[in-house]
Design a protein around this ligand. Structure first.
Ligand SMILES: Cc1ncc(COP(=O)(O)O)c(C=O)c1O
Length: 420
């Protein structure tokens, strides 16, 4: 289906997004008697048949442990595992496959940097600069590190409901004590697309190490680690059509090589004796034990799948749906909308007057619409905005305008229902 949908698009300069839906078995169902409208893509994406088949194929034909076997199946599994690393290298335009560490996801990638790079490079009085819109994954690991090293956390403010970074405050915050600047590329709560290349360039001039949380961007827009100019970048497979339990940490090779391992065990060693060990080079020294093998194989299929559509096309589609949703919702009375008015990614957060976000999500679910309600793992941001939670609709390329129309109708019904 994808070949057909994309081929047609080349001739008419449009992609038949509806046709792509046929690649997603899970979307062909009803929930509570209504066609499923899946608008919880920022939490996790759905998986196309190509990814499911890659996993089944691996377990049916090639399953074996990697790197240590000499038999045929182990060779096949190892080749597929390393081919996935090469694919991830191209996916984010890293310089070399040695810059790609497989992890469980964005959270583990950031924890790896905090524990390994952070423990080696931070001392009391140093500062870690974050933004006020970080996911807990890009906040709690740095708090833990600060607790261990005596470093301090400082934050680049968010402007308010519009959800932009207040760049006028960046200059004074980039002081000489700042050793690391970690920032989210696309906010999962606000849909803001941050100017990460510009932020990294400003930090780099001062010798500050940078980390980009690309959890919401890697599968939704072109992400080029060299063009962004960051030192580290993290993303999760499950948000980009891949399986759960697999993610990527990109690190510039010089940094990865200089970092100590963070976990010890099999696979990551060159030689072990009773008192000491020599380690493999990066990335292998960061991958102790039997890794998730099917994960990278499924992720490989996912990266192929979405790059066949084209991430610039996906981004345009996400942005169009978000702009359309925002326009439709802003016509309603008693609604508070969060995030930028223009140029946002496919995430729309809102609150209805006198209706708790959880109630919005519960009633929407009864009508087959999957939303998310809560703090979205951004509690400090919610506090800053003076709310406990929001309801959130988040899109991917298989969502349609017709689904948005139905969703807006459901929001109207919810307003009526709670108005009594
Ligand atoms: C912006 C952002 N960063 C980090 C994460 C954490 O990703 P994971 O749970 O896959 O590690 C998420 C997940 O929602 C996210 O949206």
């Amino acid at each position: 289906m994808i070949a057909e949908a994309v081929k047609e698009s080349k001739s008419v300069e449009r992609i038949d997004w509806e046709k792509l839906r046929a690649d997603f078995p899970i979307l062909q169902q009803e929930v509570h008697g209504h066609p499923l409208i899946y608008f919880d893509n920022a939490a996790t994406s759905q998986k196309p048949r190509a990814v499911i088949d890659a996993l089944v194929n691996y377990y049916e034909r090639d399953n074996a442990n990697v790197h240590r076997g000499i038999h045929e199946l182990s060779n096949r599994a190892t080749a597929a595992f390393e081919a996935a690393r090469a694919r991830a290298t191209r996916f984010i335009n890293a310089r070399s496959a040695d810059e790609i560490v497989f992890t469980r996801g964005t959270t583990e990638s950031i924890n790896l940097v905090a524990q390994s790079w952070g423990a080696k490079n931070l001392k009391p009085g140093d500062k870690i600069l974050l933004t006020e819109m970080e996911h807990h994954s890009n906040l709690v690991p740095w708090q833990l590190l600060a607790g261990r090293t005596g470093a301090k956390l400082v934050y680049l403010p968010v402007t308010g409901d519009e959800g932009l970074l207040d760049l006028s405050k960046l200059g004074p915050l980039l002081s000489k004590d700042v050793k690391l600047f970690a920032m989210v590329h696309i906010s999962n709560s606000l849909g803001t697309v941050n100017p990460v290349a510009e932020l990294c360039a400003r930090a780099r001039k001062l010798g500050i190490v940078t980390l980009v949380d690309a959890a919401q961007s890697a599968g939704h827009c072109p992400v080029d680690a060299q063009q962004i100019g960051c030192d580290f970048l993290a993303f999760s497979g499950h948000k980009i059509c891949g399986p759960t339990g697999i993610g990527v940490l990109y690190g510039r090779q010089e940094l990865l090589e200089a970092m100590p391992p963070w976990q010890g065990g099999g696979e990551m060693i060159l030689s072990v004796d009773f008192q000491q060990t020599t380690y493999k080079h990066a990335p292998h020294k960061f991958e102790a034990g039997t890794p998730d093998i099917s994960g990278p194989i499924g992720l490989h299929a996912a990266m192929d799948y979405i790059d066949n559509i084209g991430r610039e096309n996906i981004f345009r589609h996400d942005q169009e749906l978000a702009a359309y949703t925002l326009d439709q919702l802003s016509r309603l009375k008693g609604i508070r909308l969060f995030g930028p008015k223009t140029g946002r990614a496919g995430v729309v957060s809102f609150l209805l007057k006198d209706v708790h976000a959880h109630d919005v999500v519960t009633v929407a679910d009864q009508r087959g619409v999957a939303l998310r309600g809560g703090h979205h793992c951004t509690q400090p941001l919610m506090r800053k905005l003076g709310v406990e939670s929001t309801a959130r609709a988040s899109f991917y390329f298989y969502n349609t305008r017709a689904e948005v129309d139905r969703f807006v109708e459901v929001v109207r019904e919810i307003q009526k229902f709670f108005a009594g």
